[in-house]
Design a protein around this ligand. Structure first.
Ligand code: NAP
Length: 480
């Protein structure tokens, strides 16, 4: 059954438009086509940019109250139709219905956060008279929008990651051009539907559907686009950064997150938490746990708990509430994961659970003895595979955690406050979770990485900072 959505059209400069050339949208579970969206051409993107310039003037002049009302109304629209949004997420992507419901709930919250943070778009006064000769000057700074923002988003959280750009973008008074992932455009179009319903003026938002390789350069290279807010893979992010020229960049990229398990922790609880952290969204989660370093004295015991937990992840239909994990986004990706696992096995690794592929489904997989130079250790697997490694000390765990070109988040399980604080200080990442898996996140916290994991921070208040500029106003007074 086709997902009912205005998504059969794209929102171009405030109008829902269609194109003869269309891109099919498939359910990865069975390969069935569930819908299709217009394949935008370069000329459509040029038009979107031209209209967004006008949209930027409209967005800037919206009062804070108007921005708040629009975001709150759009959040309520999603809440009222949460099941419809959740089904769209689950059908076009990899998530189970339980995961998709969670994402729909969070997306509404992300919009409400934007409404609340809009209130805090303030500045502060500057005491110019701290420098001699400026006794008659007074002034302040305030935030103003950057103008036109390109928001390029990935397939794995097709609704909330779009909300994470649109909500702060609108709160800060910008016009947005959203280019969602071609695999999962329907959720982004439904979010546009919510914002249009909420009264967002025309021209402030475009959600343009089309392949990045066809329309991406026109967007990224345009001198009329003032900022690119990108979430996706490192390779795509680097290519975009090279082409972008002089404009603001926010880059939320991938990772192969580490977790450390110390001997003093509850090993079963740690194994359960790390299993959930490794296989959410079939492991297609930028924060997903990929490498677990365990103190060698408890390695065998932890391995037993972890093997049991991974083996009990329930596979099944995405729309069934009993299912823990569904397929990858497509069969090509599942084959890539299979190849990386085979390479690891050829290099001396062994399988403790999983290691099987059926179409786009790759079974939850636990590996050990994988050498450090295997692709699956160095790169982001972005699939349902997690590896365990024994270590002799916390220092070794930290050094090996840091030995990759990624650094988004990490986790450490310990009751020892010194160990926790040492890890927090020395792990080279954007966030350290103590007694939790690396994939913990709330939408209000600063979120982003270091090294190949990105530039800048999302989390609505922090994205607003990135999506606005500080303008200084200085009065030179005659008689003060
Ligand atoms: P991707 O292949 O890098 O694609 C991301 C987006 O970039 C898509 O909309 C894609 O469009 C677009 N794109 C591709 N080529 C482009 C070009 N030349 N110009 C402009 N846009 C272009 O990533 P993905 O496979 O969808 O997502 C997985 C990656 O995202 C993983 O690495 C994951 O870790 C990362 N991620 C990071 C975060 C974070 O917050 N740090 C969150 C989620 C995901 P098409 O779909 O049309 O190719």
């Amino acid at each position: 059954m086709a997902t009912k959505t205005a998504g059969r059209k794209m929102l171009l400069g405030g109008e829902w438009v269609d194109r003869e050339d269309r891109i099919p949208v498939y359910d990865p579970e069975n390969g069935e086509q569930i819908d299709s969206v217009p394949a935008a051409a370069k000329e459509d993107m040029e038009y979107a940019i031209q209209v967004a310039e006008e949209g930027a003037a409209i967005a800037e002049s919206l009062t804070v109250r108007e921005r708040m009302d629009i975001l709150n109304k759009a959040a309520a629209y999603i809440d009222e139709r949460r099941e419809e949004f959740a089904e769209t997420i689950a059908k076009e992507g990899s998530k189970t219905i339980n995961e998709a419901r969670g994402e729909a709930k969070r997306a509404a919250e992300t919009l409400r956060l934007g409404a609340e943070e809009a209130r805090r778009l303030t500045g502060e006064s500057i005491n110019f008279d701290q420098m001699p000769g400026n006794e008659n000057r007074m002034g302040y700074y305030y935030h103003f929008p950057v103008g036109v923002i390109a928001a390029i988003t990935p397939f794995n959280d097709p609704l909330n990651l779009v909300a994470h750009k649109v909500s702060p973008g609108i709160a800060a008074g910008n016009a947005m051009i959203v280019k969602p992932a071609t695999e999962t455009p329907l959720s982004a179009l439904k979010l546009a539907e919510a914002l249009v319903h909420a009264g967002l003026p025309k021209k402030v938002l475009t959600v343009i559907t089309g392949r990045g390789r066809d329309i991406g350069d026109t967007l990224v290279e345009s001198s009329k686009v003032n900022m690119i807010s990108f979430t996706g893979g490192l390779e795509t992010g680097e290519a975009i950064a090279k082409k972008a020229g002089l404009k603001k960049l926010s880059m939320e990229l991938g990772s192969n997150s580490p977790a450390i398990v110390m001997a003093d922790t509850d090993l079963k609880k740690a194994a359960d938490s790390l299993t959930s952290g490794a296989f959410a969204a079939s492991g297609q989660n930028c924060l997903g746990v990929q490498r677990i370093f365990i103190e060698s004295s408890v390695y065998d015991e932890f391995k037993k708990h972890m093997t049991k937990a991974v083996s009990s992840v329930k596979l099944g239909r995405k729309l069934s509430e009993d299912t823990d994990m569904g397929p990858l986004i497509n069969e090509k990706e599942a084959k890539r994961v299979q190849e990386w696992v085979e390479e690891a096995l050829d290099a001396g690794g062994n399988i403790l659970a999983g290691g099987k592929r059926e179409g786009a489904l790759y079974h939850p997989t636990l590996l050990e003895n994988v050498p450090e130079d295997a692709t699956i250790v160095k790169e982001e697997v972005f699939g349902p595979v997690v590896m365990i490694f024994p270590v002799d000390s916390l220092d070794e765990a930290i050094t090996r955690s840091n030995q990759v070109n990624y650094g988004l988040q990490a986790g450490i399980f310990t009751k020892n406050i010194d160990a926790a604080m040492k890890a927090a200080r020395r792990l080279h990442v954007g966030g350290v979770m103590i007694n939790d898996s690396s994939d913990f996140r709330i939408d209000a916290m600063p979120f982003g990485g270091v090294k190949g994991s990105g530039l800048g921070r999302e989390g609505v208040a922090f994205a607003i900072e990135e999506m606005s500029e500080k303008r200084i106003i200085c009065f030179k007074l005659e008689d003060f």
